[in-house]
Design a protein. Structure first.
Length: 580
């Protein structure tokens, strides 16, 4: 603990400023991980404060002012001692109302302790040994503040120039107990903070230095999101400036983590943590999207490392979930990799089984920590999705479809402004079952039987909704922005109906979509149209009609209340002025 620790350097704690409130998150690795780097130093500071106030400071003949001045000069901070006394019979020094100031005069103090008792038998000095038998701290609080420019309030506890001469005394600390403590971290850049209450730390000499640390009733607050509770229990050793955590169990609101890691005090802020965490998706939605109506289900496991080093940080690893859900949508065998560094957050190589098909997706937020506003990008592709299963899950009123869907959807948006800035494009194709070929545009193809041409199949009319899963073949290409969805030339077909269309709609309102229909059976085509309108929320029924032919028209107004004009050709040519 004699190498330099730069007072102006600070751990770059990962920010959750990239949380999107209109979009479910991949989730995200748990935000309490941000405090790991600082938690690892709490325990060492306890020892350092004890040494500063007992060993390295020449207390003199009971002169507390001299002790406070010497300690303050060593730390380059204000230091105050309310009372300083010694119990002669036990060799116990008592320090009352210790205060170590903040980074600047007038700032809130970095450390305060109601009482510190140091049992130090004076007889050991005869053998040139400073033997600290025990150190007991009670009612103490530590506050660490960080700012966007990299400044922080954590003091430097080592000397700028290590001593090279022969040591006059050997110092040994047998036992340290810091009870009823509180640790507070405030990141003024993100902003976010954590409070570790009821903090209890024990360090003992046992073939080296070993210790335990635990707290309960802690809280983590991130921006304006709901505060999260946190409890921690750990075991560690201290060896030549390395604090090695063999076990750190962290229970937090919506997650449980098992962690090991090492903090290199001689190369502060160098530290590495190995993390295994289980995250509860529904609770994460409640914390970060409390005002949203959509729902998450399932849980996820994360395995990775968090590396904090001079000039940056890196959180990386893999995640898995047996099943994750967003509203009624379900994603089985979800897995992928994530990377979180100062300038970006990425989810890559992600995949999942989706309703009998496969999906792959990537998610990226960048740039982070830059004056340039960050934006998010979500790129998803899917193949072989069972349309019948999917339409059953949606419980579409009026109609259900069958086939296999494949496609890709890409969208981007400025972070925090999804509704106002989202834009993207996509394409979806649906292949009908092999045993159910769909109709093409040409009305003379074999799908229109000779009986239909002669009108022998006219009546009795059947205006009932279509039953079962209607086989579908489709090719749908689109672009979108906050105001419009633009549809490039696309098609939709069943065994007896073909529709080609293009145009645009204001997300279901103010639509203008020219279209063409080829029907091998007007009655079935009308039943299909009635079912689709019902599925879009405008419940309607079919009308008795027969024959076959073509229709060219334009749909305007809202999807729920469409206005259709056009003309059709069948047994002659007719004009329809309006259809609602």
């Amino acid at each position: 603990m004699t190498d330099d620790i730069n007072q102006e350097e600070t751990p770059d704690i990962p920010s959750t400023d990239a949380v999107e409130q209109d979009e479910p998150r991949p989730r995200r690795r748990h935000p309490v991980l941000r405090a790991l780097g600082v938690f690892g130093t709490i325990f060492v500071v306890i020892i350092a404060v004890s040494i500063v106030t007992t060993v390295t400071v020449d207390l003199g003949p009971g002169l507390r002012v001299l002790a406070a001045t010497a300690g303050g000069n060593y730390l380059k901070r204000e230091m105050r001692i309310g009372g300083l006394s010694i119990r002669l019979l036990t060799g116990t020094f008592v320090v009352d109302d210790l205060l170590i100031g903040g980074l600047n005069p007038g700032d809130r103090p970095f450390f305060v302790a109601k009482r510190i008792e140091i049992a130090m038998p004076l007889s050991a000095l005869v053998n040139r040994e400073v033997l600290v038998q025990s150190v007991e701290l009670t009612d103490w609080t530590m506050l660490v503040e960080t700012w966007p420019n990299g400044r922080h309030s954590f003091p430097k506890f080592t000397r700028d120039t290590p001593s090279t001469g022969k040591k006059r005394f050997v110092t040994t600390v047998k036992w340290v107990h810091a009870g009823n403590g509180k640790f507070i971290l405030e990141d003024h850049g993100a902003p976010w903070g954590t409070v570790a209450r009821n903090l209890d730390v024990v360090v003992r000499q046992d073939n080296g230095y070993r210790g335990t640390a635990r707290f309960s009733g802690g809280t983590v607050s991130i921006q304006k999101y709901l505060p999260m509770w946190a409890d921690m229990d750990s075991e560690f050793t201290i060896d030549r400036g390395l604090v090695k955590f063999s076990r750190l169990d962290l229970k937090a609101d919506g997650s449980v983590s098992k962690i090991t890691g090492t903090v290199d005090l001689a190369r502060w802020p160098e530290q590495t943590w190995n993390v295994q965490a289980r995250v509860d998706f529904p609770r994460m939605r409640e914390v970060f999207f409390a005002r949203e109506s959509w729902r998450l289900s399932g849980y996820g496991d994360f395995t990775g490392t968090f590396h904090l080093f001079k000039g940056g940080r890196e959180l990386k690893g893999t995640f898995t979930s047996p099943q994750a859900g967003v509203n009624v949508y379900r994603f089985d065998n979800l897995r992928g990799a994530l990377l979180w560094v100062p300038d970006r957050f990425e989810v890559t190589n992600a995949s999942a089984r989706v309703y009998g098909g496969d999906s792959r997706f990537e998610y990226r937020i960048a740039p982070l920590g830059s004056p340039t506003p960050a934006s998010a990008r979500f790129d998803a592709a899917y193949t072989g999705v069972d349309v019948a299963t999917y339409s059953d899950v949606l419980e579409l009123p009026g109609i259900r479809f069958g086939g296999r869907a494949s496609g890709r959807n890409v969208m981007e948006w400025p972070l925090g402004r999804f509704s106002a800035g989202v834009h993207g494009e996509g394409r979806m194709t649906v292949d009908a079952p092999a045993e159910s070929p769909v109709l093409g545009r040409d009305p003379t193809q074999a799908a229109i039987t000779e009986e239909a041409r002669l009108g022998k199949n006219w009546g009795p009319f059947d205006a009932r909704p279509l039953v079962g899963h209607v086989p579908v073949g489709a090719d749908f290409t689109y672009r979108f922005d906050p105001e419009w969805v633009t549809i490039d030339p696309s098609r939709f077909a069943t065994p007896k109906t073909f529709v080609s269309f293009e145009g645009r709609t204001a997300w279901g309102e103010r639509s203008h979509i020219p279209f063409h229909v080829t029907s091998a059976d007007w009655q079935e085509s009308d039943r299909l149209l009635a079912g689709i309108m019902s599925a879009f929320g405008s419940s309607t029924g079919a009308v008795p009609v027969g024959g076959w032919g073509e229709f060219d028209g334009t749909m305007t107004d809202a999807f729920k209340h469409p206005h259709i004009e056009g003309h059709f050709r069948g047994e002659g040519e007719c004009h329809v002025s309006t259809i609602h």
